[in-house]
Design a protein around this ligand. Structure first.
Ligand code: IMP
Length: 423
């Protein structure tokens, strides 16, 4: 049995959590493969809103196993909070939630290093979520990290202490001084580690291999978006993992040939949190309306998201880098009420008209060129299932399908599970 992928194609926050939740009924296993608690996956059903950070979005489905893969970085403190929030649902966490021994741990000092690094960058800061993601992946690739499996060894606290001491020297090295109480942070961390240790740790690549042999269906759930990929995103304003399709192979130990469907999720417009270039960003009332109607505030940090028109140049790039086979368009409802809609089809790059994402999309190099379409005014939020979409929205969708050469199978018209139109 093959593995399907679900990926965000923009700068994150496309609504992956909702779609994983909608799709989970078709899968036996939902697996996260990269990122960590910088993600905030929002799910809404039965009138309740749930935000998950590290735990895969299939956790509320009775029969699905949820796996945190080797490519993920785990902060025990945030993980414990997520588990505390789930306690009311009486889920069998020990059986439903499995954790790769090869996943790396975010230590309290990783978070402090993130803060010190950002503070010292001044205006050039990445706009990190300050969850310690960058420093943890740096220790992973620097071969210094502490992994979940280490918690089963008797000397892990010694290894922890030597890495912590090194981090403290590094924090002192930064010009920007940050205040912290390490005793408090460590007390909280060790308490949370005990909770983590009570969960089920596995050799996840072997588990997934056996699951495939046994005909189980697997959905790999991406976090962040393609434009935040460490290699293909808008570097250096990116996250520290591969958010694109290949990241699922390294983040789970799944062979490339095993990947079947690649579901690509995008919003009907574009948003970004944190710093970095954003060619179609709007600074006017239109952008403000998108933010207000779309409730565009970060699920992890609460920061307002920057909003702008759909960037087809960037979307094409993401579709190609990931080999997307099916598209899902989110937040169609938010575009209701605009007389005219704009889609960026080209960039004017250093004076020339181009259709691909160049090396550098800083504002001084790039001016977006738009195609305009007529908008619609109908409220879409009551639509579900096979509802008939307004003709202007169908034209918008068909235009994108033609340009991207990939079908758009789902149009989401609200945050609830039921506000989903299938095509
Ligand atoms: P970091 O991953 O916390 O280091 O943040 C790096 C950049 O990625 C910042 O611009 C963040 O705002 C952005 N980022 C990280 N995670 C997410 C996410 O889940 N959604 C949207 N943006 C994210």
């Amino acid at each position: 049995m093959a593995v399907d992928l679900l990926l965000g194609l923009q700068w994150g926050d496309e609504g992956k959590g909702k779609i994983v939740d909608v799709l989970t009924k078709d899968y036996d296993i939902i697996a996260r493969f990269q990122g960590g608690p910088n993600a905030g996956h929002t799910l809404e059903f039965d009138g309740i809103k749930h935000v998950l950070h590290t735990i895969p979005s299939g956790i509320f489905h009775e029969n699905a196993i949820n796996l945190v893969g080797n490519g993920v970085v785990i902060d025990p403190v945030i993980f414990k909070k997520e588990l505390d929030n789930l306690a009311q649902f009486k889920l069998n966490i020990k059986e439903k939630l499995l954790i790769s021994r090869k996943a790396h741990l975010i230590l309290p000092t990783h978070r402090l290093l993130d803060a010190a690094s950002e503070a010292s960058k001044g205006k050039a800061k990445i706009g990190s979520t300050l969850k310690g993601i960058g420093p943890t992946y740096m220790d992973k690739t620097g071969r210094n990290g502490i992994r979940v499996g280490d918690l089963e060894l008797s000397d892990w606290k010694d290894r922890y202490a030597s890495l912590r001491d090194k981090h403290i020297d590094m924090i002192d090295f930064y010009d920007a001084k940050i205040e912290y109480n390490l005793d408090e942070l460590e007390a909280e961390f060790f308490k949370a580690v005990e909770v983590l240790k009570a969960l089920t740790f596995i050799d996840s690549e072997e588990y997934l291999y056996q699951a495939q042999q046994a005909g189980k269906s697997i959905l790999a759930e991406g976090a962040q978006g393609s434009l935040l990929d460490i290699d293909f995103g808008t570097y250096p304003f990116v996250t520290s993992s591969n958010t694109t399709a290949a990241g699922a192979c390294t983040g789970l130990g799944v062979a490339p040939g095993q990947i079947a469907e690649v579901f690509g999720i995008f919003k009907a417009y574009t948003t970004r949190v944190g710093s970095g270039p954003f060619p179609t960003e709007l600074f006017d009332e239109v952008g403000a309306t998108m933010g207000r109607v779309g409730n565009e505030f970060g699920a992890t940090t609460g920061r307002p998201r920057r909003c702008g028109w759909l960037d087809l140049v960037a979307l094409k790039y993401a579709v190609r880098v990931n080999g997307v086979t099916q598209l899902m368009m989110m937040k169609g409802d938010v575009l209701s009420g605009f007389d005219t809609l704009k889609i960026c089809t080209h960039y004017k790059y250093k004076g020339k008209l181009i259709e691909h994402l160049p090396y550098n999309i800083e504002p001084e190099n790039v001016e977006p060129v738009y195609f305009e379409m007529k908008g619609w005014s109908e409220d879409l939020t009551k639509m579900k299932g096979d509802a008939k979409l307004p003709s202007e929205l169908n034209e918008y969708i068909e235009y994108l399908e033609k340009e991207l050469n990939v079908p758009i199978k789902i149009v989401s018209v609200g945050p609830d599970r039921t506000q989903t139109v299938y095509r």
